[in-house]
Ligand binder design. Structure first.
Ligand code: DC
Length: 213
């Protein structure tokens, strides 16, 4: 059973890479950001105040795979709120078991699991067979996010997107509990000047090298 951990900041390309790797190696894929987004969505819909931590923690314990299907989870607003609720240690604890279960017991038809997020290699699955840390310059990531939003028909401006991303990077990297960090044994791939095909090729090369061992 193979576990692959893919971490990195927003807009780095980690989600796309994880999806392709899951297909190529027949791995179950969990985009862990969606767990935090699903929680943020429920907090937003039920108008729960961020100060009401007890309630937020309760809701965190109710998140299921079905909650992750909602397309509304992909908005910038939900991403920001997700980053905020993700700073609560009790929330991270509540979602930890879900992620570890997924990694350790994917459906039997799969060869293992690939999880992408911020703290997979460092915290959720420190025992992962392969760890990738996908990154790119802030400007490049903001440009990608802007295109993605525009493709989905969401009017956005570059300065707002980049500011938003800067804030989120800072919050994700500076929180006390399991911050965004490069695992010691992670392979770093900087995708700033890579095409989609090239980032995928580099990631696969790392995996193939590992499988040969
Ligand atoms: O990857 P994403 O943009 O969908 O993640 C949304 C937020 O969720 C991110 O800003 C921080 C949080 N998150 C986290 O704290 N740990 C993870 N493993 C994944 C996401």
């Amino acid at each position: 059973m193979m576990i692959i951990a893919i971490d990195g900041p927003a807009g780095s390309g980690k989600g796309t890479i994880a999806k392709e790797i899951a297909l190529k190696y027949n791995l179950a894929h969990l985009e862990t950001g969606l767990l935090y987004r699903a929680l943020a969505f429920k907090v937003f819909e039920n108008k729960i105040e961020l100060e009401n931590r007890t309630q937020i923690i309760k809701v965190a314990a109710t998140i299921t795979l079905d909650d992750l299907e909602n397309v509304k989870l992909r908005s910038e607003e939900i991403g920001n709120l997700a980053s905020k609720v993700a700073t609560f240690p009790e929330v991270r604890q509540a979602l930890l078991e879900f992620q570890r279960n997924f990694a350790n017991s994917p459906p039997p038809s799969f060869n293992g699991a690939v999880l992408d997020g911020r703290d997979i290699g460092t915290f959720v699955c420190p025992q992962a067979n392969i760890k990738l840390y996908i990154t790119a310059q802030l400007e490049v990531r903001a440009e990608r996010r802007l295109k993605e939003l525009q493709n989905r028909g969401i009017e956005s401006i570059y300065t707002a997107v980049i500011q938003n991303m800067r804030d989120r990077d800072l919050r994700d990297a500076s929180r006390q509990q399991a911050p965004l960090k490069i695992a010691k044994d992670a392979h770093i791939i900087d995708t700033s000047s890579l095409s989609f095909d090239d980032m995928l090729k580099q990631s696969i090369a790392v995996i193939e090298q590992h499988l040969k061992k």
